[in-house]
Design a protein around this ligand. Structure first.
Ligand SMILES: [Zn+2]
Length: 294
């Protein structure tokens, strides 16, 4: 359960703990915060330990972007393509959690307990994983990033502001009927784990809205007999997932819209149709544009 932060001004950075390694801040935070506290409005102490500030003038670094978009829209795919194109890391918080679970740090055992109990991973943990990742990247000489799956809440967005600068937030959108068809068309090979899609989407344009064409992603012949559909890819479940996502993400979109950082991008179709248009919207004129879309 996430703790509501009613007064973002309480996020302060103290310089006294700036030389402490983040790990000491993290372990301390677990003894001083509870995961289910709804009443504690104070920012846990370790937020003040996230340092040094991961801030550089935009001209001295690569882009620092966030990708938003509902499940199934292809956010990870586009974020990953752009990270390859720009030579910057694509940081998905889901991956950070999985990596930490597979490691043997103190945070890992805490995390295993939370996941085993079926609890939601708190903002505190996500932020500390992310800060650790950003600091490690900076130490290796990385510059810029694309965040995928974060921030999910206003509180996370506010905390992120305290840690680093976000230049642009790209909100990927796809018409619901196309999204539904795409989710319902998903198939996984039970033998090799390959992801395919049998949906052939061809929605005619109407009322000024352009049409959408998305080709299926057929499985190779050896996978065809093994294709399965995820049990939760039903119309009802997908619709409910979208409803929950929209409800949760609207305030985050608003947060960035108010700061003039939100770029709304309506996907015109599959990757071949969308990729060049996305690059155009991002003012990226790259010679890989055509080959990368192939
Ligand atoms: Zn297969």
């Amino acid at each position: 359960m996430a703790v509501l932060l009613r007064n973002p001004k309480t996020i302060t950075r103290t310089t006294t703990c700036s030389i402490k390694p983040l790990s000491s801040c993290i372990s301390r935070s677990f003894s001083s915060t509870t995961l289910n506290s709804e009443t504690d409005l104070k920012v846990p102490s370790f937020f003040s330990c996230i340092s040094p500030p991961l801030r550089q003038e935009p001209k001295d670094r690569n882009v620092q972007w966030v990708f938003l978009g509902c499940p199934g829209v292809g956010k990870g795919t586009y974020a990953s393509r752009l990270s390859n194109l720009l030579g910057i890391p694509h940081i998905a918080t889901g991956d950070l959690v999985r990596e930490e679970l597979n490691s043997s740090g103190t945070l890992s055992s805490q995390l295993k307990e939370i996941v085993n109990q079926g609890k939601l991973v708190s903002d505190e943990i996500i932020i500390s994983l992310l800060s650790k990742r950003l600091e490690a990247g900076e130490a290796k000489g990385e510059s810029g990033f694309i965040l995928d799956g974060f921030p999910r809440t206003i509180r996370q967005a506010e905390i992120l502001e305290g840690v680093t600068d976000i230049d642009l937030v790209v909100n990927l959108k796809l018409r619901e009927e196309a999204l539904l068809a795409k989710c319902l068309g998903r198939r996984i090979c039970s033998q090799c784990g390959g992801n395919y899609n049998i949906a052939s989407i061809d929605i005619k344009g109407e009322n000024g809205k352009p049409g959408i064409y998305m080709a299926p992603l057929p499985a190779p012949p050896q996978c065809v007999p093994n294709l399965i559909q995820r049990a939760d890819d039903t119309k009802e479940v997908v619709k409910e997932r979208l409803r929950i996502y929209n409800e949760m993400s609207r305030p985050v979109e608003e947060f960035y819209r108010n700061r003039g950082k939100l770029l709304e991008f309506d996907l015109p179709g599959g990757i071949p149709e969308s990729w060049p248009k996305l690059l155009e919207a991002l003012n990226l004129d790259h010679e890989d544009k055509c080959t990368a879309a192939a």
